[in-house]
Design a binder for this molecule. Structure first.
Ligand code: ZN
Length: 391
């Protein structure tokens, strides 16, 4: 695989899944926090929906169960002739593909795409899928990977398809995608905040802490690279924080955890420093110095005292040119982590970090089938086989 492709893959996968831990350790509910790659992730388990049926996997057992509590139900999917009106609460009612499904405030939401452009249907039901009703519609064509659920708000990147007359092609119309950040109040189904994203060549990650939403915004044409902040009580934007610059084209990759953003102060060969940015007042502090790392590096996630760092250092074959490290700030030790041993992709760290500051949810690619593996960060560093695979 070429390096460019690898880079794109790396960015794509990471953008979707490098999602920092939940802001609240004491979360006991099983609300889903983040979604992407055909599943939404909570503190205790995940809901997957890529096969058109809602499944629940508990992290402790990995066991998959259909999100349907009817004892006699066979969970049959929609079929135009055989099953035009599926009754199972776990399947998409009209057979349309499921764009997102998650739990928020004791309700289960299922968002499906239909036959219409720029219209998604939002179904709301009890947590077990019963009493399903249409809650409303989203005037968007897609909910992209990397959505976030916070305080009964759905925060996501949506795509609207716009078209205009054109003589440039045989169809007479030209389509274009308009991307925006949306904050939707799930109670009222109102769009509380909408921010158009000029150009969409990266996945936007959303992070919340104490009623503040933060996300990275790039506009390469206008040379704007910043962290946008939104007050989630008033839904008004706050002043943006400019992203640090490494070189003319390269900006720091900032990851969020709780009230902070983190990045490497420089990512050139040799030594790196980790800078902590307070999201509320934009105060910066270098918290770790003299971390010895080869190659161009980025902090890709931070969970409590663990810093996940990836570099593209080339020492052998192109297949091995991604090095993954976990820096344990408590011990002051940099561990090189082996991605191969746990059945995960070797070339990039692909994981979702869970809500408890202790666990990882790794993405596995066995026989090119996507799976999830749940384990403690410490066990992962120690190459332990103490993990739970989601069936
Ligand atoms: Zn069923």
């Amino acid at each position: 695989m070429s390096k460019l492709k690898l880079t794109i893959l790396f960015i794509a996968i990471n953008s979707i899944l490098m999602i920092s831990g939940c802001s609240n350790r004491t979360t006991v509910s099983n609300d889903n926090l983040y979604g992407g790659a055909g599943a939404s992730f909570g503190a205790n388990g995940l809901i997957s929906y890529s096969d058109g049926i809602l499944m629940y996997n508990d992290y402790s057992t990995g066991e998959a169960t259909v999100l349907c509590s009817r004892p006699e139900c066979t969970h049959e999917k929609y079929d135009y002739y055989a099953n035009p009106d599926p009754k199972c609460p776990a399947v998409s009612p009209e057979g349309y593909s499921i764009s997102a499904a998650f739990l928020s405030k004791k309700h289960l939401y299922m968002i499906t795409s239909g036959d219409f452009i720029n219209k998604l249907t939002v179904y709301r039901s009890d947590a077990n899928g019963e009493n399903r009703k249409i809650a409303g519609y989203l005037k968007t064509d897609k909910v992209l990977d990397g959505y976030h659920v916070y305080n009964n708000l759905l925060i996501f990147t949506g795509v609207e398809i716009s078209y205009r007359e054109s003589y440039d092609n045989q169809f007479g119309v030209e389509f274009s995608n308009v991307f925006s950040t949306y904050v939707v109040d799930l109670d009222k189904m109102d769009v509380m905040y909408k921010d158009p994203i000029g150009k969409k060549d990266y996945n936007v990650l959303y992070h919340t802490y104490k009623d503040m939403l933060v996300y990275i915004y790039h506009d390469y044409e206008k040379n704007i690279h910043e962290i946008r902040r939104v007050d989630l009580k008033t839904f008004l934007p706050m002043e943006s924080i400019l992203l640090p610059l490494y070189s003319e084209e390269q900006y720091a990759y900032v990851v969020f955890n709780k009230e902070y953003g983190y990045y490497l102060s420089s990512n050139t060969d040799g030594e790196a420093e980790i800078v902590r940015l307070e999201l509320k007042d934009a105060r910066k502090e270098t918290i770790l110095k003299e971390i010895k790392i080869n190659g161009i590096a980025s902090v890709t996630s931070v969970v409590d005292d663990f810093f996940f760092i990836t570099t593209d250092y080339e020492d052998t074959s192109p297949e091995d040119n991604w090095q993954n490290y976990i820096y344990d700030a408590k011990e002051g030790y940099l561990y090189e982590v082996d991605m191969a041993y746990s059945g995960t992709e070797t070339r990039f760290m692909s994981f979702f970090t869970s809500a408890d500051d202790e666990h990882l949810l790794l993405i596995t690619f066995e026989n090119s089938k996507r799976g999830f593996r749940y384990m403690r960060i410490k066990d992962f560093i120690a190459r332990s086989s103490q993990y739970v695979d989601m069936e």
